[in-house]
Design a protein around this ligand. Sequence first.
Ligand code: M6R
Length: 637
Amino acid sequence: MCGIISILSKKDDVIGDLIASLRKLEYRGYDSAGISYIDDNSVLQTIKTIGKIEVLEDLVTKNQTEGVVRPPSKPSESEFLIGDTEHRSVVQQETDYEELGRGSIGIGHTRWATHGKVSPQNAHPHTSNGVAIVHNGIIENYRELKNSLIRDNFEFDGESDSEVIAKLISNHLKNGLEFIDAFKNTIAQLSGTFAIVAIYDLAPNIIIGTKRGAPMTIGLSNDKLNFYIASDAIALSTLCDEISYLEEGDYVICEKSDQLNYRILTENWESIERDKVQNTISMADVGKNGFEDFMMKEISEEPIVIDNMITQFNCDFDISHYRSIYIIACGTSFYAGLLSKYWIEEMAGIHVDVEIASEFRYRNLVSPKDSLYVFISQSGETIDTLAAMRKANQLGLDTLSIVNVDSSSIAREAGHNLKTLAGFEIGVASTKSFIAQAMAMLMLTIKKNNLDVRIIKNIMHSILLGKDKIKVIAEKIKDSKSMLYMGRGCSYPIALEGALKMKELSYISAEGYPSGETKHGPIAMIDSNVYSIVIAPFDRYFDKTLSNTQEILARHGPVIFLTTDRAIPFIEDLENNNLADCIIFHEDAVPQENQTDELLRPLSFAMAVHLLAYYTAKAKGLDADKPRNLAKSVTVE
Ligand code: M6R
């Protein structure tokens, strides 16, 4: 959560690079953003604003071309607000209101608010007497630190926990420490999780960072003229061919003389080398490739992900000797785990429990013998999943991670890791990575040679061809206040996934239920304004799903019924019964009905519910890639 980029350069134009990297990091959080840099007059300049990077970019450009927007009269404080109340920004200068110059050292941040509301004051960087810092994570003891700083006459601008970091460094500097020692002493005072980078206007040739529990990546540009510290490798795509990941407790210090020299130190301040790895991320990986948004691009890639998983996934892990499997994850990854429970129990005959990571990590665990603990995560950084896995590791249990980002903490710390092959997923909503996670679990259940996924791909093909129909339905449902998603068996996790996507993208209250459960309460919600989305592939549950649908229709609830052509002979009644909409996808030339097809068919409907949520968000004029209040990787509790 939150994105960090920092640059120490032999050139004097870091501002453009800071903004460009922040754009790549925006998926990590986007409620506010800012940069600090030391200009060519050795003055620390800070520009920060509520809103997305484009707002920051406009502000920076405006300041560079027109000079700082001046307040009517010079305010007594070092900060002033510009812009309207919705997009208020802080331009902060430590000296006079000079035109912003160029800089060769700078830090940038895109925020997902934890402590403190979304405001310019709580946006990063935080500054104090020439020190500027950016921080990801949470400082748990910030209250006591803040109180002690207040006793030392420091004044605070906002409520953010991060603000204490800049003030602590500044306090140590005031007490005579050099910048590096001031930073180190500050870190020793902090508890919590963090990745922090700092700069100081009286040491304009030094950049320093450290990490505890939040990722940090470093790299030297190919021309050796820029040194970068970032929260993840995407920020450094196209900038460095080689990068290193810092380990827990590491510090990195880069100093500029006639060249850029950097060193990594452990928590005990001993020099250490960290492996360099190729940074293979290209612009094609992280671009929209002609699509309107990342989410649409990523949904369209779902069939490709299936192919990649079938042809390249390393599924050498054997689950057959385990008596039970526990799957632990959050959000969409949890639903992929839930879907695999149906598969593993039916096809591999192994008991499976699926649990939300934030619950698992804090409860007393009774672990039966011969159990495997599987942790599913797209980002590999979700703090609850990571903490749950660490707990299992500490107990000496067998852990396996299914992760899309193989440099992530979960991938690196798991007993065994399998990398899903979804490629970069930038849209905040998980779409293609859900398909990849489900495929990974499927391939642990059925060996590759026995797996035939034509049914999934055929239906997905038909869904993509029929996406305009989904778009029309989205227009119809976009103003509803609440929805129910229903499914039975393997369609139940798809209903949950559909409801989550609808909530997070369209802000419409949506709940997923097993169809059989609706009459135990949710049916009370049904009226002519509450849409029910029924996931109804033709399977052993079909008749029952049909009856549950009739129960909704009998109460004047509009139903969107999603099924395939195999069900056509059985739905005539339904279609005559004021159904709001029925979409029949085609299964095409699947040779014969078999038990596996029946279990696989629901997975393809994930694409339909992803598209429905996407088009509903678009119909409401919302940003499908960056839904409000969310971030792609949730590294706080
Ligand atoms: O990176 P992870 O898979 O661990 O993330 C888990 C959830 O935060 C994530 O799936 C979230 O629910 C998505 N926004 C859903 O679209």
